[in-house]
Design a protein around this ligand. Structure first.
Ligand code: PEP
Length: 253
């Protein structure tokens, strides 16, 4: 039986009252549902972590962050440390999201430090990898993915048992375009094979890119898909709950 991780990446959205509201709707929606094999994660902006941590009390919802600095403390104006995330109740952290790579120039050198910091602090990193449309059209998909995934070779097998990878084709993020199940299957298989060949390990591989209530069941049923990283649709309780329902339905079968 599969276990799923359904993760909401709220990006730079929602104020505190909206955060509490959305969480209470999700809590209400999952009440009385059999979610033992579906982990539900939300990743609100930093300013909403504390209120989210309070709001998820007495629920199975898990909290994560969208980014962090790699240093424990110090003169890094505007940054947030791993310890601060732990202190705010986070168990996961998204690293290397394509928006961070594109707008904030995050590269492999920086991401190695961030992964190390996550492992050192017992935060579970969700490392995002994915190609642009141009790269796919130029048959560079696997070259790009290789160059991004290669940073995991800086870590031990034991550390990597705590890693989650999210395959997020950049052209599918926030665009309403989703990768086809054939494309998802091909890439997820490639990632799973790479990790197994080098580390004899199976780790969760999420798909991200315009996943919604309509396509979730098909995507989540695809081989080697262990969950979703969901942006837009995670901001609407009805949609996020339907994605969770799709996962519950699959594990129940
Ligand atoms: C994301 O930001 O990780 C994402 C997948 O966004 P969306 O679901 O909106 O495409």
């Amino acid at each position: 039986m599969k276990k799923y991780l359904i993760a909401g990446n709220w990006k730079m959205n929602l104020l505190q009252a909206e955060t509490a509201n959305l969480i209470s709707q999700i809590k209400e929606g999952i009440q009385n549902k059999k979610i033992d094999d579906v982990d539900i994660l939300i990743c609100p902006p930093f300013t909403n972590l504390s209120i989210a941590n309070k709001a998820i009390e007495n629920s199975p919802i898990i909290l994560g962050a969208q980014n962090m600095h790699f240093m424990p403390k110090g003169a890094f104006t505007g940054e947030i440390s791993p310890e601060m995330l732990l202190d705010s109740g986070c168990r996961y952290v998204i690293l290397g999201h394509s928006e961070r790579r594109q707008y904030f120039k995050e590269d492999n050198e920086l991401l190695i430090k961030k992964l190390q910091a996550a492992f050192d602090n017992n935060l579970i990193p969700i490392l995002c990898i994915g190609e642009t449309l141009e790269e796919r059209q130029n048959n560079k998909t696997f070259e790009v993915l290789y160059n991004q995934i290669t940073i995991i070779h800086n870590f031990s097998r034991e550390q990597l048992t705590k890693l989650v990878i999210a395959y997020e084709p950049v052209w599918a993020i926030g665009t309403g375009l989703t990768a086809s199940t054939e494309q998802i299957k091909e890439v997820h298989q490639w990632i799973a094979d790479h990790i197994y060949a080098h580390f004899a390990l199976q780790i969760p591989i999420l798909y991200g890119g315009s996943m919604n209530d309509k396509n979730a069941k098909e995507i989540l049923s695809t081989e080697n898909v262990n969950g979703g990283l969901i942006g837009g649709a995670s901001l609407k309780s009805e949609q996020f709950l339907k994605i969770i329902d799709a996962a519950i339905e699959i594990v129940g079968n």
